[in-house]
Design a protein around this ligand. Structure first.
Ligand code: NAD
Ligand code: MLT
Length: 526
């Protein structure tokens, strides 16, 4: 598989990919034109915040399966275009949080004590202490906008400086504010009214772009100080420039600008600003962490695995993902069986989660089943990313039901597919050391590990059927590994499910199907 690393990541990440046999091209100096020309050769692309991964790029990227964003914000990546094409986008949201929080604090301290200007002053062989009088942080109010990963770290750390922290974040529960001893601002205006320092920690969205604008500067406390270590454009650069010039804002420390990497901001010309070139995540620790994490994620995504940090998929924590893995394998195999048994297209699929499983986030199970269902029958690559879209485009109605008790197993999942003329129902569970088992097919109780070559038979419940099948397989030198027999509730028919050591070819299957008493027989393979 070919991977293009188009922006700098830690060597450890590149070494990891190479050690896995990936063909890695590292090219940090690619022009846009050269990138568009070559992207068609690559299965995966790794970028940071500068490369625009958009429609223009997707149109050339015919092989692209994974985009790795070595960092947190994905505002440089058009997610809808990626999702439509089944391209999985992964990022590393936790890997640089500490560094970004510490950089915010470094900026806040530098701003309050005019450190960069004082440093430049003395290095130009001058000594005038009256020029750089600062302010203390103790007793001041810090307004944090966005109490997420970085916002929380900044809030808790600044409390140790004796700051009162208030935060505005309408998307989190009240208990989080309490937990971090942060006063909740119910509106942005409330935060603007009270803060001596304002630090922005939201993503860049339609709602946050230009959030701190001319109107906001009309409300703020006189001589407020602004820090933006989140994304360029959340603080309107022109409005900030004006507010500094008018003396409303005492100073601003900015790590992120609207136009990167070629900023044209008026803030660059002001003495009252401290500007760094998007350095929030640039520490040895964060870059090692980010580089290693993104490399592992990209590799696993290329191998078709579900990734905890996939951006265009329902997100699962690493722990949740670990718990869910055997179930994901189980349902994907259940999906693979359907079209080997039924040729009719399913019109509806109902998922019934029983027991403990009913309390989990189950969207990945739906995706995994659809992936299995379509993987073998569609020409289009089916991934976790486009699975739901593919099903919806085919008019399949998907529903989910949760039952907190389970009859026999602590957890199980039943899947019912309705096609034009038939209903197919399959149920599975995960036992012991994470072994996936099919425990029922169409009201027949069975117990089998769905793996390798299998033979599924529905027959009349009459003597000699097991012997007859054994005889046919024996004559064809096919070894039976396991065998399950189940009677229907009416005792009129039975189901046999066997695992065998080789594929049952069409001739053998035909022989079985012709045997008196055999109603139906299928050769299955996973
Ligand atoms: P996060 O997702 O953990 O937190 C973001 C918070 O913002 C969430 O709690 C969310 O509810 C809140 N939010 C969203 N819209 C809001 C709105 N309209 N008003 C108020 N709050 C709102 O993200 P994070 O990991 O803490 O990252 C925060 C920002 O920092 C992002 O923009 C990210 O890209 C940026 N970042 C920058 C650097 C850097 O190098 N400077 C490094 C890492 C992250
Ligand atoms: C991020 O979103 O992770 C930061 O902006 C850092 C980066 O892009 O390197």
């Amino acid at each position: 598989m070919n991977i293009l690393v188009a922006e700098k990541i830690a060597d450890e990440g590149i070494e990891f990919l190479k050690s896995k046999g990936m063909n890695v091209t590292v090219d940090y100096g690619l022009t846009r034109e050269a990138l568009l020309k070559s992207i068609g050769d690559y299965d995966a692309l790794i970028v940071r915040s500068v490369t625009k991964v958009n429609e223009e790029l997707y149109q050339q990227a015919k092989k692209l399966k994974v985009v790795g964003r070595a960092g947190n914000g994905v505002d440089n990546i058009e997610l809808s275009g990626a999702t439509e094409r089944g391209i999985i986008v992964v990022n590393t949201p936790d890997a640089n949080t500490v560094s970004a929080a510490e950089h915010t604090i470094a900026l806040m301290l530098s701003l309050s004590r005019n450190i960069p200007r004082a440093d430049a002053h003395i290095k130009s062989r001058q000594w005038d202490r009256t020029l750089f009088q600062g302010v203390e942080l103790m007793g001041k109010t810090l307004g944090v906008i966005g109490l997420g990963r970085i916002g929380t770290m900044v809030a808790t750390r600044m409390q140790s400086f004796g700051m009162d922290v208030i935060a505005y974040d309408p998307y989190i529960n009240a208990d989080k504010f309490e937990r971090f001893n942060v006063t909740r601002a119910n509106t942005l205006d409330e935060l603007l009214d009270l803060s001596d320092f304002i630090s922005v920690h939201t993503p860049k969205t339609k709602e946050t772009l230009g959030m701190i604008n001319e109107n906001a500067f009309k409300r703020v406390k006189k001589e407020v100080r602004i820090i933006n270590c989140a994304r360029g454009g959340i603080v309107d650069e022109e409005a900030l420039y004006k507010a500094i010039k008018e003396g409303t804002v005492a100073g601003a420390a900015i790590d992120v600008l609207k136009d990167e990497p070629h900023p044209i901001s008026p803030l660059l010309d002001l003495e009252e600003t401290i500007i760094t070139p998007h350095l929030g995540a640039d520490t040895i620790e964060a870059q090692k962490n980010v580089g290693e994490t993104i490399a592992i994620e990209v590799y696993e995504a290329l191998k078709g695995k579900l990734i905890a940090n996939a951006v265009n998929l329902p997100s699962l924590s690493v722990n949740e993902l670990e718990q869910m893995k055997p179930f994901l394998t189980l349902v994907e195999r259940m999906g693979k069986l359907y079209h080997q048994i039924h040729k009719e297209v399913a019109k509806t699929i109902e998922f019934i989660y029983k027991g403990e499983l009913s309390h989990h986030s189950t969207e990945p199970l739906v995706l995994s089943f659809i992936k299995g269902l379509y993987e073998t029958v569609l020409d289009t690559p089916v991934t976790y990313v486009n699975a739901r879209i593919l099903a919806e485009n085919r008019g399949i109605a998907i529903s989910e039901r949760r039952v907190s008790t389970s009859d026999e197993y602590s957890n199980s999942i039943a899947i019912k597919l309705h096609s034009k003329n038939e209903i197919f129902e399959i149920e599975g569970t995960v036992l012991g050391k994470g072994e996936p088992r099919i425990v029922a097919i169409n009201n027949y109780s069975i117990d089998i590990v769905p793996k390798g070559n299998m033979l599924l038979i529905e027959n009349n419940d009459s003597p000699g059927m097991i012997g007859a099948i054994g005889h046919i397989l024996g004559q064809n030198k096919i070894n039976i590994s396991t065998m399950n027999v189940s009677l229907s509730q009416t005792h009129k028919s039975a189901m046999m499910l066997l695992t065998v050591d080789q594929t049952i070819n069409d001739d053998v299957l035909f022989e079985i199907q012709q045997h008196p008493g055999i109603l139906k027989a299928w050769s299955l393979k996973i």
